[in-house]
Design a binder for this molecule. Structure first.
Ligand SMILES: *[C@@H]1O[C@H](CO)[C@@H](O)[C@H](O)[C@H]1NC(C)=O
Ligand SMILES: *[C@@H]1O[C@H](CO)[C@@H](O)[C@H](O)[C@H]1NC(C)=O
Ligand SMILES: *[C@@H]1O[C@H](CO)[C@@H](O)[C@H](O)[C@H]1NC(C)=O
Ligand SMILES: *[C@@H]1O[C@H](CO)[C@@H](O)[C@H](O)[C@H]1NC(C)=O
Length: 281
């Protein structure tokens, strides 16, 4: 799911060996009650598994306000907001809510097709390491149905999907994602199924050092093998209450952010200080 600059495109590998020192522990609760460790499952982030089923279509909670005129940046695979802080004032914490979209196959795109919505730290001005977590929809081929999953990656370590039996994801579901950094190489990631009260907490350490300078809220066309997956069509994705706390000063938010877009496939806009919307143009 890593972001690729044009220069890297085509040469990067999608699956990276986990760094030897990289470890994670997970815990999960449902309505505040711990879920037994034996029931918390991760699976390789991959295409080609059976679908978890379809959910109800989403309804957008708000109408669009007038879009603001942010700096616009064209990308092969990123669509959304990035705000950057100086390296002397690092990001300590980032969060957002969003509604997992209804995805449909997009005519003219190769298979597999996918759309990932995520929040994370780095990947724009700092590209060595990225901590990213979110939801994704995938179509393996023209006959397969959609699979929706939660996933995370501390790039350049491998990405993981959270097994649907641990954290189900359906079209229209509201998610909250929080990342609380304890150092450049360690942090706590909390996924919350906002509708059903399911929370999965990841305690990560030994990750490749982050700069903690880019706050990122994006919809991504993910990588598949050594190239990009097809980009499925999706209903508008709203990021809400998007905010990143820093060592000092005001939080980074959507306001004033750089807006990435994928030509003809995805547009994004600042909607308010903490809201961003990404849509099929
Ligand atoms: C399409 O995907 C489905 C589900 O993953 C699989 O059963 C089927 O064999 C695939 N068909 C082709 C032509 O690859
Ligand atoms: C982040 O974690 C620290 C403890 O490691 C805690 O004191 C702080 O309140 C947390 N921040 C947020 C916003 O949850
Ligand atoms: C939460 O879990 C339930 C199943 O327990 C699922 O139906 C729903 O789609 C999940 N997501 C959200 C955000 O509610
Ligand atoms: C995360 O793990 C570290 C060490 O493995 C531990 O010291 C810390 O208390 C854990 N934090 C949480 C919130 O579980």
């Amino acid at each position: 799911m890593r972001w690729l600059s044009a220069a890297l495109l085509g040469s990067a590998l999608v699956l990276h060996q986990a760094l030897a020192e990289f470890t994670f522990k997970a815990s999960a609760t449902k309505n505040g009650v711990p879920i037994p460790d034996s029931e918390i499952k991760f699976v390789p982030y991959q295409f080609g598994r059976s679908p978890p089923g379809k959910g109800a279509p989403p309804g957008n909670p708000k109408h669009r306000m007038t879009r603001r005129a942010n700096v616009q940046v064209s990308s092969a695979n990123w669509c959304g907001s990035v705000n950057t802080t100086p390296s002397t004032n690092k990001i300590k914490y980032i969060e957002a809510y969003w509604q997992h979209p209804t995805c449909t196959k997009r005519t003219g795109q190769i298979y597999p097709q996918a759309v990932a919505a995520w929040t994370g730290i780095d990947g724009d001005t700092a590209t060595t390491s990225i901590l990213q977590a979110g939801t994704v929809c995938k179509f393996d081929n023209a006959t397969a149905s959609v699979r929706n999953e939660a996933w995370w990656q501390w790039f350049p370590s491998a990405s993981y999907s959270i097994a649907p039996s641990t954290l189900p994801v359906n079209a229209g579901d509201w998610f909250n994602l929080k990342i609380n950094m304890t150092s450049d190489t360690a942090g706590i990631v909390v996924f919350t199924n906002a509708s059903k009260g399911i929370a999965v907490t990841l305690n990560l350490s030994g990750g490749s050092a982050l700069s903690r300078t880019d706050s990122v809220w994006v919809v991504e066309r993910p990588q598949y093998g050594s190239s990009l997956a097809g980009f499925a069509a999706f209903t508008d994705i709203w990021f809400q209450d998007a905010s990143a706390a820093r060592t000092s000063g005001a939080n980074l938010q959507i306001v004033g952010s750089k807006q990435y877009y994928i030509p003809s496939l995805c547009a994004s806009s600042e909607y308010s200080s903490t809201y961003m919307v990404a849509w099929n143009p």
